[in-house]
Each structure stands twice: as C-alpha cells, then as structure tokens.
Write a protein that binds this ligand. Structure first.
Ligand code: GDP
Ligand code: IMO
Ligand code: MG
Length: 429
C-alpha cells in the first residue's frame, strides 16, 4: 500500500482539511510538511466544526500527527490551538503529536516584520496572513533561525538571539516599527521550553520505522501550487514550496515514499490575497459563489475573491505539482446555475497561450478564453454516490478531467465529512 500526499491545486482553501480528515480513516500517521499557521483547514463532523492551522487534520480521528521540519512553527499559536481543540473534546499531547526537533520557530518579531513590510508596500501589498511566515522562512534559509531543539540549549539560544536581533531590529527600526529586546525573548522561549520539548524528536526516524512496518502515511499539504514560491504567481505567493515533492524534504523521507499525489480543486476558483486571478468575477455570479460557498478566509476572515474554474491553471498545477488524481470539491455550490464557464486558454495580446506566464506583467495581462457549458437544475448537495448526480453535473466533471489531464478520483458535495464520493482509493495506488 502506498502513502498519499494531498496538495492544493489552486490558490488554497480547496477543502484539503475535509479530504485529509476523510482519508485519515485509512492512514496511521498524518504529516504536515510545509507552511505554518497561515493555513486554515476546516473540518465538519456532525455538529462540531474544527478549524485547524498547525495541527495535522488527522488529530480529529485520533491518528498520530507529525509536524515536519519543513513547517515554520509558532509555539504560542500551537499551544493556543491545542487548548482550543482540547476544549472541543479532542486530546492532543506528546503521545499523539510529534514535532521535528529541527523545525524553525516563528518568534514575535516575525509577524511584526511581516506586518510592517505589508504596511510599507501600501497598494502593492501581497495580502499575507500577517503571521510571520515569510520572515521565518527567510531566517531559516539565512541560517539564523531559532529551531525547536535550541530550546534545550540556553547558551546556544542566547547567542543565536543576538544574531537574530541584530538583523531584525535594524530592519524594524528602518520601517519605523517597535524593536525587541533579547531578555524578553529569551525569557519567553525558556518559559515555553518545558511545554514544547516533550513533543520534539527526530521525526524522520519515526517515519522510517513506520514505513518499514507498512504503516500508511498521509502527507497534508497547506496552501496550494499557485501559491508555491517557485511555481506560483510570484511575488503574490507564500514563502514555501507547496508541491508534493516538498513532502520528502519537509518530513525527512525519500521521494519514493510520498506515494500517490492527490490534488484538491474547487469546482470554481477562489483566492484570498492580492495578485493575478484571470477568471475572477466582479459581478453578481462572483457574489453568488462567495455567498453560497461561504467564501471567507478561515485565518484572515477576509472575503475570498471568486471566479470560474480555470482549467489552464489547474492543468499547470497537475504537471508541476505531480498530481495523479484530483479531488473536486464544492460541486454543490454550482447547483442551479443556468450556465457555467471554464477557462481553456488565455489571450495575451494577439496570442493565445495554454499556460500561465511566469512574468508578473504578463500574468496580470492575460484574459481568459472560456468554454461555456450548460448547468444543472437538480441538486448535488450531500450526494454520496455517482448515481445521485444530475447528468449535466457528471458532464462538467468529465470535461474538467479532460482539460486538466488528470482523473477525478474523489468528489465532495458538502462540508460534512461523509458527503463524499470515492471513485478510486488513492491508497490503492
Ligand atoms: P483548506 O484550507 O483547503 O483545508 O480549505 P478551507 O477549510 O480553508 O476552506 C474550505 C471550506 O469549504 C471549508 O469551510 C469547508 O468546510 C468547505 N467545504 C469543503 N468541501 C466542501 C464541499 O464539497 N461543499 C461545500 N459547500 N463546502 C465545502
Ligand atoms: P490553506 O492551507 C489561502 C495566501 C495569503 C497571501 C499569500 C502569502 O488554508 O489553503 P503568507 O501569510 O503565507 O505569507 O501569505 O498566501 N495564503 C493562503 N491563501 N489559503 C491558505 O492556506 C493560505 N496561506 C497563505 O492570503 O495571499
Ligand atoms: Mg484554508
């Protein structure tokens, strides 16, 4: 039995949390491998709604959760999230959550810098979640990050804070923001240490043993391919690689252990932050999709921008993300629309192109070429079998498969865990 990696195929919020929760019943371990608490994954189970940002979505099913080294971890956010889900009746502790000892930490100076820079960008802001994700990844690559294991070595920590503060206070001062003092940060980290260190371990070793014993591992992506720092709509992206290949480096396993790659896409398109969005609808249909789909950011609360399904973009995500099968979500949101449009190419000046160009100017300039399809009058909401779907809804799904060059292996028809249709089990390879 292979493992499975789940990644977003658009600009995030495709329903990864719901799909990972659903698939987690078939896995023993669920691993987060990139991103941080910029992610917001919503799971609806009966009357309970769980909003997870850092915790792997498998915790709701009582599965072992692993936070890999590819994540950037805000300790305060983690403890607050554990307290929140504990109040909802879940149990999360070192027995069912393991965190890579080499994971880089997000400190209070990271969100401060994130926000100060966004404010300085003014109109050209990226629309980040303001949670310090970008600055924390910068520090990791610049080799000055504080990592979880450093909390066990107060002297190392103290010396590393000197270097970190020299860099950050200079920047913060230049941006007119408040600076930080070493004593306060050191005291905060040493206070957190006994609460965090029990979770720390070389998770690569645990994953290696799990693999050898045949245990099934589910890798849970955050964000999505079009927010990938290399392959997305740069610079309007997040600061990590979101493609499936990252599951290997972000967890400490080899690429052959990733298994089947499942891409999640909505039956239309949404985006939270700034940046190009060729199929965006500024009209009543866009409004309708947003209202019906309850398109409000889980993390930011901001209204998500909405538009038609962009098959050019998802096809590109399929190719660069290594997606072998697609889970299509929120089909129910399209119920009753008389007509649906799907983007099948872009106009760029006189040319028609079949991919999203890399240059920011060209990305902003492309306009969609649409194919129009008839909608369906029946309901797909809550459908749990292919037979319950209106014929025209099936046609829409089939057309998407053709255009994006990947089979739809799973359909989601409501936020509820069990309103899901499985065509092919991704764990079956
Ligand atoms: P994620 O970041 O990819 O995990 O997605 P989010 O949880 O941020 O956003 C997806 C939203 O859509 C959540 O509110 C889900 O409860 C909801 N959702 C997921 N699948 C479906 C579906 O098939 N139909 C509808 N109507 N809502 C869904
Ligand atoms: P999930 O996992 C949607 C967007 C932000 C912004 C850009 C950079 O729930 O799909 P960052 O704070 O990461 O530096 O912001 O990325 N963004 C997301 N959009 N879903 C997410 O996560 C996102 N995480 C980041 O809105 O445009
Ligand atoms: Mg989300």
């Amino acid at each position: 039995m292979p493992n499975v990696a789940v990644i977003g195929a658009q600009w995030g919020d495709e329903g990864k949390g719901k799909v990972v929760d659903w698939l987690a019943s078939r896995a023993e371990i669920v691993v987060r491998f990139q991103g941080g608490h910029n992610a917001g994954h919503t799971l609806v189970v009966g009357n309970e709604t769980y909003k997870l940002s850092l915790l792997p979505s498998g915790v709701v099913r009582g599965k072992l959760g692993v936070i890999g080294n590819g994540v950037v971890l805000d300790p305060q956010a983690l403890l607050a999230e554990i307290a929140r889900v504990t109040a909802q009746g879940l149990s999360v502790g070192p027995d069912n959550l393991r965190i890579a000892e080499n994971v880089p930490l997000i400190l209070p100076l990271h969100p401060a810098l994130d926000r100060a820079r966004e404010a300085a960008r003014g109109e050209r802001k990226i629309g980040t979640t303001g949670r310090g994700i970008g600055p924390a990844y910068e520090d990791k690559v610049a080799r000055r990050a504080i990592r979880l294991c450093d909390l066990a070595e107060p002297e190392t920590l103290s010396a590393k804070l000197d270097e970190l503060l020299l860099h950050h206070n200079t920047l913060l001062q230049g941006l007119g923001a408040e600076t930080f003092t070493k004593d306060a940060l050191l005291a905060e980290l040493l206070d957190l240490a006994p609460r965090l260190l029990p979770f720390a371990e070389p998770v690569w070793e645990r994953l290696d043993i799990a693999r050898a014993s045949g245990a099934r591992i589910l890798f849970e992506g955050a964000q999505a391919v079009m927010l990938d720092v290399d392959h997305g709509t740069y610079p309007f992206v997040t600061s990590s690689n979101t493609v499936a290949a990252t599951a290997a480096s972000g967890a400490g396993i080899g690429p052959s252990a990733i298994g089947t790659v499942l891409g999640i896409a909505k039956a239309y398109t949404t985006r939270v932050g700034s940046g190009p969005f060729p199929t965006e609808l500024d009209d009543a249909t866009g409004q309708l999709l947003g209202d019906r789909g309850r398109e409000f950011g889980t993390v930011t609360g901001r209204r998500r921008r909405c538009g038609w399904f962009d098959a050019v973009m998802v096809r590109q995500a399929v190719k660069v993300g290594g997606i072998e099968g697609l889970a299509l979500t929120k089909l129910d949101v399209l119920d009753g629309l008389p007509e649906l449009k799907v983007c099948v190419g872009y106009r760029l000046g006189e040319r028609t192109v079949k991919h999203l160009p890399a240059a920011a100017g060209a990305q902003a300039a492309v306009t969609p070429v649409y194919e129009t399809m008839e909608g369906w009058s029946g309901s797909t909401r809550g459908a749990r079998s292919w037979a319950e779907l209106p014929a025209q809804a099936i046609k829409y799904v089939r057309r998407i498969e053709e255009l994006v060059e990947a089979p739809v292996v799973l359909l989601s028809t409501s936020p509820e865990r069990d309103d899901t249709i499985l065509m092919k089990d991704p764990f079956a390879g």
